[in-house]
Every structure is written in structure tokens, then in C-alpha cells.
Write a protein that binds this ligand. Structure first.
Ligand SMILES: CC(C)(COP(=O)(O)OP(=O)(O)OC[C@H]1O[C@@H](n2cnc3c(N)ncnc32)[C@H](O)[C@@H]1OP(=O)(O)O)[C@@H](O)C(=O)NCCC(=O)NCCS
Length: 155
């Protein structure tokens, strides 16, 4: 497993990872209605490529065949927008590898604060990475009440 910069050819695999990560992994922490709302309009490969081409850092963890297992991103203001790992790889340290590389990039870019809206399942994992809880966020997603957690890590 290595972490490398995102490439356009990764986009279809990342779109699939997003859907599976939400419908299989995140579904352990949210109701069926909340998962359906999250997947109401999921990002297609083109959306993911557009996002990852807007100047943000996008890092992809790949297996020995260069197949994506998960990815993370970092916007120039320190916001971590996406962290998704394939259910086939969950619990095997992929997110840890991605986070370590992300912090290295953030240091290079002079970013002093990382922040994220962590899902219920990701909250303890970001906590393990040294993020502190700021507040629970309750909001409406495509007509369904749901929640996540604002967290930050000072570098
Ligand atoms: C959240 C998610 C990205 C984590 O990915 P992962 O690859 O399974 O995570 P890892 O195996 O790298 O675990 C990360 C670290 O957290 C630790 N950890 C795992 N569960 C933990 C828990 N409940 N409490 C504290 N630490 C925990 C692990 O031990 C590991 O630390 P280590 O590498 O120092 O041993 C993945 O479960 C996922 O894609 N979930 C669905 C989508 C989602 O909710 N994404 C987040 C959107 S904000």
C-alpha cells in the first residue's frame, strides 16, 4: 500500500468507493433514511475529477496493482472535505496512512489548522488522529435530519 497524488484515471474507482463507503460502512452509524439522503445525489467520476482539479491536495492510497483503496483531500484553507476508504480495506490502516501523508503536505504548505466535518463513524478515528471535537452539527440533508461533528487539529 502506498499513498500517491490523485490521477484522473482514479476518478471512477473513487466514485465507487464513495458509494460503497457510505452504503456499507457509514450505514452502521446512520439510519437507512439518513444513508439514502447521503446517497441521493452521489458524486460521479466527473464530479470527483472536477473537485480534485480545483487546486486542492488529493491523495490516493493504492494497492500493489495501483488500484485505489481510499482517498483524502485537503483544501488550501486546511479543510479536509473527503476521507473515504473502500469497505474491502476498512480497519487496515488506510486512513492512517492517508492522514500521515496529509499532515506532511499540510506542513509543506504552511497550513496551521486542519478542520473537518466528521461522520459518526469517522469521529473516533479523527479523535485518534489528534483532532478535537468543536461541536455536533445537526442539519437537514436532502430533507432528512442528520448530523456530523466539527473537529479541528492544530499543527
Ligand atoms: C472513517 C474511515 C475513512 C476510516 O478508514 P480506515 O482505513 O478503516 O481507518 P484505519 O484502519 O486507518 O484506522 C485509523 C486509526 O484509527 C484507529 N481507530 C479505529 N477505530 C477507532 C475507534 N473506534 N476509536 C479510536 N481509534 C480508532 C485505528 O486503530 C487506526 O489507528 P492506528 O493506525 O494508529 O492503529 C472509513 O471507515 C470510511 O470510509 N467510513 C465511511 C465513510 C465515512 O464516514 N467517511 C468519513 C467522512 S468525514
Amino acid at each position: 500500500m502506498i499513498v500517491r497524488p490523485y490521477r484522473q484515471s482514479d476518478a471512477p474507482a473513487l466514485a465507487l468507493i464513495f458509494r460503497r463507503a457510505v452504503s456499507e460502512t457509514a450505514a452502521r452509524f446512520y439510519s437507512a433514511e439518513q444513508i439514502a439522503a447521503w446517497l441521493f445525489d452521489p458524486p460521479e467520476a466527473g464530479d470527483i475529477h472536477e473537485k480534485n482539479s480545483d487546486g486542492r491536495q488529493a491523495l490516493v492510497a493504492v494497492d500493489s496493482n495501483d488500484a485505489p483503496c481510499g482517498w483524502i483531500d485537503l483544501e488550501s484553507n486546511g479543510h479536509v472535505d473527503m476521507l473515504f476508504v473502500s469497505p474491502d480495506w476498512v480497519g487496515r490502516g488506510v486512513a492512517s496512512l492517508l492522514h500521515t501523508e496529509l499532515v506532511r503536505r499540510a506542513h509543506e504548505l504552511g497550513i496551521k489548522r486542519l478542520f473537518v466535518e466528521a461522520s459518526e463513524g469517522a469521529r473516533p478515528i479523527f479523535g485518534h488522529f489528534g483532532f478535537r471535537l468543536l461541536q455536533r452539527r445537526d442539519f437537514d440533508l436532502n430533507g432528512t435530519p442528520t448530523h456530523n461533528y466539527a473537529m479541528e487539529k492544530l499543527l
